[in-house]
Design a protein around this ligand. Sequence first.
Ligand code: HEM
Length: 118
Amino acid sequence: MSVVKINVLSVPAEMREELERRFSGRAGMVESSDGFEWFELLRPVEGTDSYLVYTRWRSEEDFQRWQSSRAFQAGHAQAQAEAQAEGASQGHGHGQGPAATGSELWSFEVVQSTGPKA
Ligand code: HEM
């Protein structure tokens, strides 16, 4: 049974563009991870201010394996570098800091799914 893992990112309005820029320069390594099925970056329009990073995996184990892999680290290199720069400068500038101010992981099991008829 596939599982859906959604990373919910709180992004201040002035950092939206930066967040999207980081994702457009993303590592693109998740695509080659075993058991990976789908990824979408969802920009909020109505009802929430959070961006959703939607991912779907063949199994919980496949997701866990990716999360502890070098591909995951590489996929977060920009976010990590910015977080460190922010820590080093104690939040006083030098580097913009992480684009997201918070994150939360939601987990689901896929009960049904469908697409358009061929
Ligand atoms: C501390 C929590 C997290 C934050 C702040 C965060 C933020 C980001 C950012 C800004 C990027 C763009 C690339 C970069 O900055 O290097 C990214 C990439 C990505 N994130 Fe996260 N993320 C977090 C955890 C997670 C988790 C738990 C998932 C699982 C659903 C996830 C899924 C992804 C995926 C699939 C990519 C693209 C990687 C690739 O292209 O290989 N992230 N994330």
